[in-house]
Design a binder for this molecule. Sequence first.
Ligand code: NAD
Length: 325
Amino acid sequence: MAVQTRVLVTGAGGFIGHHLVSFLKKKGCWVRGVDIKEPEFCKTDADDFIVLDLRWRENCVRATHDIDEVYALAADMGGMGFIQSNNARILHNNSLININTLDSARQNGVKRYFYTSSACIYPLYLQKETNVTPLKEDDAYPALPEDAYGWEKLVTERLCMHYTQDYGMQTRVVRFHNIFGPQGTWTGGREKAPAALCRKIANAKLSGNREIEMWGDGEQTRSFCYIDDCLEGIFRLMRSDHHEPLNLGQDRMVTINELAYMIAKIAGIEITIKHIDGPQGVRGRNSDNTKLRQVLGWEPSISLEDGLAKTYAWIEEQVKVSSEK
Ligand code: NAD
């Protein structure tokens, strides 16, 4: 009988981590999930789920014990509102989580380590226009991320690189571009633009008040990648021999206004947008997927419309249930 790969997913109580646990179970792995909290929306599929605070080394040593491969997703994070107003906390907590998880994995002889970085590492000076040139992996330097969240991600990318050079540890590093889907945070202040807009539009539909508020003029641009494509990309990168950072996202850029009107169309209502002051992040961002295609022989293909339809349906249900409480 083939020996099952024993994997650890950190951040397994969060959006991507929870989905990744289910995905890896279907691939036949034995999965341990670790997070500071249980998954919020449905039970985990993990063989073993431990609630641990990964800022502390002894917890990281316990989490990585008897594990072949680590998928490191745990992070203190959220949407722009959270990221821009919690720089000290984010740099402090995520540095501790990542330094301790990576070094405990080394100590415990983990064979492969997957680190989830972000498009937020890219320099501010390349993202000043709405009609931006898509970002290539090499654009990361000279470095100038906008917030502490991006700086910390960049330092941990480098830590992975040095653990490979100095200790021979196999590391894989992905830079996600706006992943969205069902069972992600949709309220409470840490939600990101797609989830926040789905919630606002569901509220507009259910209340009859068709005006929604949006931070900024809505002309800022992004690309968005559906969770199922993200999971496939993670798996393919982990199995590849590529040990440098790789973009993982869609390369179809839309404005946040366009995103809102797409969701309203899915909801079957007409909305008006009231633009208010608020954190917006960089003016424009898109993923250059040239290297992704070369390395993985694949790229995300689920359309934004299809992904949003599934996400909106789930969030509308959450809004209905919470308004009945
Ligand atoms: P998430 O917030 O849903 O998941 C992160 C999880 O980490 C949470 O469940 C949280 O409780 C856990 N965590 C925080 N502090 C912890 C601690 N001290 N100990 C243990 N667990 C702790 O976020 P997500 O969207 O699932 O993101 C997963 C990873 O991907 C993160 O590293 C994030 O920075 C990265 N990422 C996500 C996106 C995106 O669009 N969702 C984009 C770029 C990068």
